[in-house]
Design a protein around this ligand. Structure first.
Ligand SMILES: Nc1ncnc2c1ncn2[C@@H]1O[C@H](COP(=O)(O)OP(=O)(O)OP(=O)(O)O)[C@@H](O)[C@H]1O
Length: 260
């Protein structure tokens, strides 16, 4: 389904109040995300980024408000017409008793796709993510960056409409993070899923996204489009990139200052 820009998400009046907490984590939050956007969620620690992602993934229920998946013809999706959603967690949760190939093949296997039919797709993704030749490796033989590559390949193998990622690169060194950011951006350009990424890295958000949404006080604090045209590997060195990155950091510092 990816590339069809089939669905947009409409979150209206979203509230989330965890039991035992004095104040709600999210309150009266409105957000619309169009098909094919790459949205990064930024904001101070504890502002509710992961909670929002889990609500959008359907892993949590909102205490108030509605989340609708709207098809391009305006109809609300439900039941079997719901879009495919893949979640990449912070820790790459690979099955240790399965090879790299079989970890990535698993979502297709669960859908009844035969191994031989799945092979070109799995190998294509492994190649795109720099894992060629690693098909028969076991997760314990891989570095942290490689495990995350396998986790991303597994999330993409069903060609999901929505790719939701919760700080997937937080534990990686800067060079590995840059490489994975480059690969993710190339994959996004090729396949155009809708991506929602929770991150603390302003550089990562600026490099990857078509839009940055900052949360504060339980709702959207600001919402900024990002457009650098065709992406180049050296984009990070350009003055316009560094200026936007600086502007976003300043906005986040102002949000943080307003909280204290
Ligand atoms: N299952 C839960 N039960 C109770 N409280 C929760 C639960 N999940 C999250 N919270 C609370 O909701 C608030 C927001 O947490 P969340 O993880 O969404 O923030 P975040 O912006 O992603 O933070 P960080 O940037 O530190 O990862 C926190 O106060 C957290 O303790």
């Amino acid at each position: 389904m990816a590339g069809t820009h089939g669905f947009r998400i409409e979150a209206r009046g979203i509230g989330k109040h965890f039991s035992g907490q004095a104040a709600p984590t999210l309150s009266a939050l409105d957000l619309t995300i169009g098909g094919g956007e790459f949205v990064s969620l930024l904001g101070p620690s504890g502002c509710g980024k992961s909670t929002l992602l889990r609500l959008l993934a359907g892993l949590l229920r909102p205490s108030a408000g509605t989340i609708r998946w709207v098809a391009s013809d305006g109809s609300s999706a439900s039941g079997t017409t719901l879009p495919d959603i893949a979640l990449v967690p912070q820790e790459p949760t690979l099955l240790p008793w399965k090879t790299v190939f079989d970890n990535v093949y698993l979502p297709l296997r669960l859908r009844g796709t035969a191994r031989t039919a799945a092979m070109p797709r799995v190998l294509d993704l492994l190649r795109a993510l720099g894992l060629e030749g690693r098909e028969k490796s076991w997760p314990r033989e891989l570095s942290g960056g490689m495990k995350m590559r396998v986790s991303i390949a597994r999330a993409l193998v069903t060609d999901p409409d929505f790719l939701l990622m919760d700080e997937p690169f937080a534990a990686l060194d800067e060079l590995t993070r840059h490489r994975l950011n480059d690969d993710l951006r190339a994959l996004y350009t090729q396949r155009r899923p809708t991506v929602i990424l929770v991150t603390h890295s302003v550089e990562e958000a600026t490099f990857l996204s078509t839009r940055i949404v900052a949360l504060s006080r339980g709702r959207v604090a600001w919402d900024l489009p990002v457009d650098f045209g065709a992406h180049r590997a050296d984009l990070r060195d350009h003055a316009a990139f560094q200026a936007l990155r600086g502007d976003i950091s300043a906005r986040l510092r102002a949000d943080q200052a307003a909280l204290s």
